[in-house]
Design a protein around this ligand. Structure first.
Ligand code: FMN
Length: 383
């Protein structure tokens, strides 16, 4: 990715990186994860807390290669119910002086059906390759479970199809859907829920008109009620259900979100998505910073971290939080953990620094932790 960055547009190099990943043409992190990095979430072990945020693999095309890079959790999407092209290009801008990105993709998505087919195909391929049974026996097993999902569930395999790793699917809304309508998420949970260890309801992308309005108090409570009910109607094992929020909310709005999330029984909150603000710390030219869209990378970190701290404090650490926004090195990740994040996600620094990012972070975190475990530093700042 760093090489491609200098010769193509940001969107073409992103597409090429996905293509390379899809065909397994990228490096692998072959080392096992150190036990001190493991953490338990929703009754499952995750071998390390470094996660890939939504938006990199929007259509679920490169899941296995991305796990092979060493992430503990990979989140695909956002996926919208119907396919849609997103906004006109150019819609992604690099701000190298800030190591940041502005994007206004606007949920370009293959849609639920195609992504579901891709996920189904992945499960079947995995079962064929890993069953190590006689082909006829494998075929007979798959005939009893045409999508392969119930078979892998019966075998107690994570939906990631990897030991101690989790697959998340991030759900978005079509541009033309009524802004307060939650049916797009309900459809996503029903169609894609049985392929995910974790489902994420994204109410915070700045590039779909009206979407962030779903974070308003009454609307948010209604949304949570409906999505939780739908998730609870899925067959066991049910995916965890998270919401992903914006970093631009006031303290009062964050408290309302924290209360609603806690009361609804949602399994956690991802803090946060990109920001619509343009912090005055930005070094890049105004010709770039004035592009419309969400800003990500280091400039968003103070906002995301502040929001995460507010929610952790307000709920006395009772909500599971995933920290996301401007995580570039081990110190950033540890700062989020100490503030209360159980897992941390990144996108922009992965785009800038390339395929070795997860391994580099894991090694550096272990050095910083010294004899401690990651799980021991979660929320340490408040103890
Ligand atoms: C190009 C790009 C596309 C993104 N697309 C999505 C998306 O489809 N859904 C979503 O929830 N977040 C999306 N995000 C937001 C990221 O998942 C993440 O929340 C945000 O970038 C902050 O993390 P970072 O500073 O590590 O990039 C996108 C970010 C970027 C840079």
């Amino acid at each position: 990715m760093p090489v491609l960055r200098n010769i193509t547009t940001p969107e073409s190099s992103h597409k090429f990186a996905i293509w390379m990943s899809k065909w397994g043409l990228i490096a692998k992190d072959k080392l096992p994860d150190d036990e001190r990095l493991s953490v338990e979430v929703w009754g499952k072990k995750v071998s390390n807390p470094i996660c890939l945020a939504a938006g990199f693999d929007k259509h679920g095309e490169a899941i296995d290669s991305l796990f092979d890079l060493g992430f503990g959790y990979v989140e695909i999407g956002s996926v919208t119910p119907e396919p849609q092209p997103g906004n006109a290009q150019p819609r992604m801008f690099r701000l190298p002086k800030d190591k940041a990105i502005i994007n206004r993709y606007g949920f370009n998505s293959d849609g639920h059906k195609l992504v579901e087919l891709r996920l189904r195909d992945r499960v079947r391929r995995c079962l064929y390759h890993s069953a190590k049974l006689h082909p006829k026996i494998t075929a007979a097993l798959l005939a009893s479970s045409p999508d392969g999902v119930s078979l892998s569930d019966a075998l107690g395999i994570n939906r990631s199809l990897k030991e101690d790793k989790l697959l998340g699917i991030n759900l978005g809304k079509n541009k033309w859907s009524n802004s307060e309508d939650v049916q797009d998420y309900v459809r996503g949970i029903k169609t894609l829920g049985s392929y995910a260890d974790v489902l994420v309801v994204n109410v915070s992308s700045p590039n779909t008109p009206g979407l962030r309005g779903l974070q308003r108090k009454g609307v948010f409570e209604k949304l949570l009620k409906e999505v939780i009910e739908t998730r609870n109607s899925l067959h066991e094992p049910r995916p965890a259900l998270l919401v992903k929020i914006a970093p631009d909310l006031s303290d009062e709005e964050l408290e309302d979100i924290a209360d609603a999330a806690l009361n609804s029984g949602v399994d956690g909150v991802i803090v946060s998505n990109t920001t619509i603000s343009r912090p005055n710390t930005l070094q890049s030219d105004t010709s770039l910073t004035s592009e419309a869209g969400g800003l990500s990378g280091p400039p968003v970190k103070p906002l995301s971290l502040k929001a995460l701290r507010k929610i952790y404090q307000h709920t006395n650490g009772k909500l599971l939080l995933i920290g996301c926004g401007g995580i570039s090195d081990a110190q950033d990740a540890i700062e989020y953990a100490k503030a209360g994040a159980t897992l941390v996600q990144l996108y922009t620094s992965f785009g800038y620094d390339g395929v070795g990012k997860a391994r580099e972070l894991k090694d550096d975190i272990l050095r910083e932790l010294k004899d401690k475990k990651w799980s021991e530093i979660i929320g340490e700042q408040w103890k």
